[in-house]
Design a binder for this molecule. Structure first.
Ligand code: SAH
Length: 394
């Protein structure tokens, strides 16, 4: 196997099980690995450290094993089985719930791989060439180790590195289109369109926060901003909200939201959809004087790279300031950031500044994060990305 030899002292992070080797840590490479090939990593004294997928770029190796072993089909099967066992233990594979993240990259010791399960279909995304090259083996491992899964849809056209010399055509690796597209989350039905939808078709990572919102919805007027497929709205309806307004700039998202509301609550006039820009909508209601008891702000990642951080923080502040203006006294604001580069503290500070500007008395009820099927590898804190605050606004 190709051998990657590190510079002196550069082995330290690997000895602490951090699963990435940065290109700057590499002294030399024996052999000529192609992108996606497996390589073994050694320290400068020729001690074995780990095996991983080689890639051209700042993260040069993504570690799949810290033991010297052959990476065979059974290796991938064991990893998938471990991931599945944990989801079963978490109570996510039941008659009320068949929607969950099976593999969360580094969090499941499978860097570069995301797998979401919707009923009998797994949607797989590769973020590294190594996982792309392994896709068929992984798909086989998934159907073998996860009894419910019959189809594996591969969706990596937009997730692989931009300059990768591969052609990741989206499509079914195993099975075919069941045309079912309906998944069950906490006994609620959702139409999930993995072919055309964003990411794998649904944002599973908000499941527990949606359930928290349900608890507070009874008799309330709810505004769900950046609703995408309407997850928070459906939970608010079940929680007994009086009125739910869902807003997303994407008309397609609003279509799916309408479908999801109808799937669970047919002929229910409490819900209204708005295909509109968030700021435009918030300015509009400000002028008309409409106020809400509960507001959800779940915008897309404002900063995808570190350079965009300052503007992102300004964006969070501006958005939250608008919500503080539109929330009734005794209202509850659910506010989120899914930008990995924005830290929990930075986000809190942005919301804090917005609260101060509004002059309102604000208390933190909950500090929330991603759910347990999006686990953070303790040796890879970068895996924590979703941050949320649930605030009581007087
Ligand atoms: N809360 C959702 C996920 C939100 S993803 C859930 O629980 O599933 C972010 C959403 O913001 C996307 O659907 C995107 O279409 C929408 N969006 C992006 N920019 C927007 C804008 N300026 N105004 C309104 N919606 C926007």
């Amino acid at each position: 196997m190709h051998k990657v030899i590190l510079k002196p002292k550069k082995e330290e992070s690997l000895l602490r099980f951090h699963p990435w080797v940065f290109s700057g840590a590499i002294h030399s490479i024996q052999g000529k690995p192609a992108e996606g090939d497996l390589v073994e990593v050694f320290d400068c004294r020729d001690n074995f450290l780990a095996t991983g997928h080689y890639q051209i770029g700042s993260i040069a190796v993504r570690i799949v094993s810290f033991r010297q072993q052959e990476i065979t089909a059974s290796f991938w099967e064991k990893r998938i089985a471990r991931a599945y066992e944990m989801r079963c233990a978490l109570g996510l594979v039941t008659t009320e719930n068949n929607t969950y993240r099976l593999v969360h990259g580094e969090g499941d010791s499978l860097p570069g791989l995301i797998v979401d399960v919707y009923d009998d279909t797994a949607v797989m995304q590769a973020h590294s060439i190594g996982m792309h090259e392994t896709r068929h083996e992984l798909a086989k491992a998934i159907v073998k180790m996860v009894p419910e899964v019959k189809n594996v849809y591969y969706k990596s056209e937009t997730t692989l590195p931009f300059k990768a010399p591969v052609d990741p055509e989206d499509g079914y690796l195993i099975g075919s289109d069941t045309k079912k597209y309906t998944a069950l989350e906490n006994d609620l039905q959702f139409n999930v369109d993995w072919l055309r939808g964003q990411k794998t078709g649904f944002f599973i990572d908000q499941r527990e926060n949606r359930a928290l919102l349900e608890r507070y919805s009874k008799g309330k007027s709810v505004l769900n901003m950046f609703c995408y497929t309407g997850g928070f709205s459906v939970y608010a309806m079940r929680g007994g909200a009086n009125l739910v307004h869902s807003v997303d700039s994407s008309a397609k998202a609003m279509e799916i939201t309408d479908k999801n509301i109808a799937l669970n609550f047919s002929n229910d006039s409490r819900h209204t959809s708005y295909a509109e820009d968030a700021f435009k909508f918030l300015n509009g209601i400000q002028d008309s004087g409409v106020k809400y008891d509960l507001i959800v702000l779940d915008p897309p990642a404002f900063a995808k790279h570190r350079e965009a951080l300052r503007n992102a923080l300004k964006g969070y502040k501006r958005l939250n300031a608008k919500a503080f203006e539109q929330i009734k006294p005794g209202g509850i604001l659910f506010t989120f950031s899914c930008s990995q580069v924005v830290s929990r503290e930075q986000f809190r500070l942005a919301v804090f500044s917005a609260a101060a500007e509004s002059g309102r008395n604000v208390r933190i009820l909950h500090q929330v994060t991603q759910p347990a099927d999006h686990p953070v590898n303790i040796y890879h804190p970068e895996g924590e990305y979703l941050k949320g605050l649930v605030l009581w606004v007087e």
